[in-house]
Ligand binder design. Structure first.
Ligand code: THU
Length: 138
């Protein structure tokens, strides 16, 4: 992906972050997921007063895309930080979201993060090495 493509995806994640429902943590996260053929699905974290049902932005984006019939993914941009403030630090995906990414994407899937100034990206295989997956059940 070009730097411009990564920046565009980050912009979409920043817009998606505005839809976060996070009154308990006051930490708003936005994600923008792109399929291999260029379709974009976004998500934001949605919390619950009972905490456990809370869903991260990344999983909202993935599950929306999968429910729309998408199966092949290229990259996800993730941004997060204190609600009501612009992002100022990188937001790394939690372990549960990494496992969901591994379910629907291969090791080359790109995870893009921004602190509002710089971009960092990693392959899923770097963030979830030696993962348990479909092949483990064969
Ligand atoms: N959160 C995400 O949406 N994605 C991440 O990668 C890390 C954490 C959310 C979950 C919860 O609503 C809030 O951020 C604080 O943990």
């Amino acid at each position: 992906m070009t730097v411009k493509e990564k920046q565009d995806l980050i912009e979409k994640a920043i817009l998606a972050r505005e839809k976060s429902y996070s009154p308990y943590s006051n930490f708003s996260v936005g994600a923008a997921l792109v399929t291999n053929d260029g379709k974009i699905f976004t998500g934001a974290n949605i919390e619950s007063s009972s905490h456990t049902p809370t869903v991260c932005a990344e999983r909202v984006a993935f599950f929306t895309a999968v429910h729309s019939g998408e199966k092949k993914f290229k990259a996800i941009a993730i941004v997060g930080g204190k609600s009501g403030l612009p992002i100022s630090d990188f937001c790394s995906p939690c372990g549960v979201c990494r496992q969901v990414m591994a379910e629907f994407a291969d090791g080359d899937f790109l995870i893009i993060m921004s602190n509002g100034k710089d971009i960092k990206d990693y392959k899923l295989s770097e963030l979830l090495p030696h993962s348990f997956g479909k092949d483990s059940l064969k």
